[in-house]
Design a protein around this ligand. Structure first.
Ligand SMILES: [Zn+2]
Length: 304
């Protein structure tokens, strides 16, 4: 049986190509456990989980990367976030069920894809925005790579009921090339296209890489774990409420008798009664800290 929730880097030496292969199993099951996603939404969310993991694998960073798609179609928001430790979380929000997982049908014609990298080594967060073009997320992200990086990049994404998987290959920069095979890049791209979605989601890494590149020279590195994990916490929720200010929080408590916050990513529940709310603001100046992350990235006060 193949290993679960792994990210595998490899090098196709004879093609001067490096690659990243990911298969998300428990990570993917946990991500969709709390929400009944309609099939097309689930398909695109799964592709986004695999894509964000692959994207993170191509970058050295100490922080987090957020892949976000916003549009004017049936799905209005899709967001997947991954840390440098490969802890990933994500969600999608839709107003109506899209007819298909084709991008224009799902997000409308005005959609954009935004990649944000917040990392310790960057003074400011890096943000890249490209229009959401192409039939599927893999095509749209290839456009992102084309505009943000000079290296030719190809992505292949697949989703089944139990697994979200993907392969990303990138042509090596000239200074790292060793085989100088002019057809290498083209050959690797075509070879990857021969994989079926089922193979990509089901087969183990060794079988997959052998199936694709059996006539090439391939070097495989140690596999890395990926898991579902949400960074929300009581402390972050406290900070979000402090950011809202005492007057606002008091008015909610007065109206509702309490403040209740549910994390949209993982369904964690944070409740505050009148005493909790008062304790929170005790001794805090009006210049309260604002945690930009709130509870799970999208602060949302659920009023019951
Ligand atoms: Zn959470």
């Amino acid at each position: 049986m193949r290993e679960r929730d792994k990210l595998q880097k490899f090098l196709v030496e004879s093609c001067d190509v490096r690659g990243h292969l990911v298969q998300l199993d428990d990570t993917w099951s946990e991500a969709v456990a709390r929400t009944e996603y309609p099939a097309p939404v689930r398909q695109i969310l799964g592709e986004a989980f695999a894509a964000a993991t692959l994207l993170a694998s191509t970058i050295k960073f100490d922080g987090k990367i957020t892949l976000q798609v916003r549009g004017n179609g049936p799905i209005h928001l899709l967001v997947v976030q991954i840390t440098n430790e490969r802890k990933v979380r994500g969600l999608a929000r839709w107003d109506e069920v899209p007819e298909s997982a084709q991008l224009a049908a799902a997000f409308g014609t005005e959609a954009r894809i935004t990649i944000t990298i917040e990392a310790r080594e960057y003074a400011e967060p890096y943000q890249g925005i490209v229009p959401l073009e192409g039939d599927n997320l893999a095509e749209a992200l290839q456009l992102y790579f084309k505009t943000s990086e000079q290296l030719p990049t190809r992505l292949y994404l697949a989703v089944t009921d139990t697994t979200a998987a993907g392969v990303l290959i990138q042509k090596l920069p000239t200074e790292e090339q060793t085989s100088y095979d002019e057809d290498g890049w083209q050959r690797a791209s075509v070879l990857c296209e021969t994989l079926s979605d089922t193979e990509l989601c089901t087969d183990d890494t060794e079988t997959l890489l052998h199936r694709i590149f059996h006539e090439e020279r391939v070097r495989v590195f140690d596999a890395q774990d990926v898991c579902f994990h949400c960074s929300c916490s009581r402390e972050r929720t406290d900070n979000m409420l402090l950011g809202l200010g005492q007057a606002e929080v008091d008015s909610i408590v007065e109206e509702q008798g309490k403040v209740e916050i549910t994390c949209e990513f993982c369904d964690a529940f944070y409740g505050y009664d009148a005493i909790d709310a008062a304790a929170l603001f005790k001794g805090v100046s009006s210049a309260a800290l604002i945690d930009s992350e709130g509870a799970g990235g999208t602060p949302d006060i659920t009023k019951h």
